[in-house]
Design a protein around this ligand. Structure first.
Ligand code: PGA
Length: 251
């Protein structure tokens, strides 16, 4: 049985007061971490406050980090810094990072390795553009992203990661992939993991769907055979909407 994960991605939203209010609003109602893994991935500047005030079952993640161990990289945050502040997860290779900050597969691979080396759980994002989907190239494209991101990883390492399949055309657009489209691609990602590692790893690795997940569509997505949870942007910003998503994962 794969434990479900609901991970909020706040992107570049919220002030300090808004972030802290959110944590107070969800405190005490986040389900037991043994039942569902609930994560908030926040801007780096908020992480310390969130970790300090975190509800015992809520986990905190970063949205990005450097692929380098340390050094003269002005403006960057390292994996070691994140873990030293009690951060447990990091989103790696989000399509916004790939598109706006020119992160390529080699950088994403280096970040994944760096996160693992410091016991951070990387949430590795993959997903195709609308053009790629319309050309029927989704599987080829996503397979390459996975193989490149997992290049050089051991089976043991792979199992410590979480994959998020986020079709770019569904992110922030209100246009969710149908549950069948999402499940089909996630199943294919599992097959890719099976070929690259082995069947047990493919069976055990958690794969989330992301892209306009809302309280009104999460049930049908989670009901699919291969979808283990969600990476959620917009609907994670409001505490009540986020809690509804977490409750859905308990069913
Ligand atoms: P969305 O974002 O839920 O607002 O579509 C998802 C994401 O970018 O992770």
């Amino acid at each position: 049985m794969r434990k479900r994960v609901i991970a909020g991605n706040w992107k570049m939203y919220k002030t300090r007061d808004e972030a802290i209010s959110f944590i107070y609003e969800v405190a005490k109602v986040i389900p037991d971490r043994d039942l569902v893994e609930t994560v908030i991935c926040a801007p780096s500047i908020m992480l310390r406050d969130l970790v300090k005030r975190e509800d015992e079952h809520l986990r905190i993640g970063a949205q990005n980090m450097s692929q380098h161990e340390e050094g003269a990289y002005t403006g960057e945050v390292s994996a070691k810094m994140l873990t030293s502040y009690g951060v447990e997860y990091v989103v790696v290779g989000h399509s916004e990072r790939r598109d706006y900050f020119h992160e390529n597969d080699a950088i994403i691979n280096a970040k994944t390795k760096q996160a693992l080396q410091h016991d951070l759980t990387p949430i590795v994002c993959v997903g195709e553009s609308l053009e790629t989907r319309e050309l029927n190239q989704t599987n080829t494209f996503v397979k390459e992203q996975i193989l490149n991101a997992y290049e050089g990883l051991s089976t043991e390492d792979a199992l410590k990661t979480i994959i998020a399949y986020e079709p770019i055309w569904a992110i922030g657009t209100g246009k969710t992939a149908t549950k069948e489209q999402a499940n089909e691609t996630i199943k294919f990602i599992r097959e890719t993991i099976s070929e690259r590692f082995d069947a047990i790893t493919a069976e055990d690795i958690r794969i989330l769907y992301g892209g306009s997940v809302k309280p009104n569509n999460i049930d049908e997505l989670l009901a699919m055979s291969d979808i283990d949870g969600a990476l959620v942007g917009g609907a994670s910003l409001d505490s009540q909407s986020f809690l509804k998503l977490v409750e859905a994962a308990l069913k």
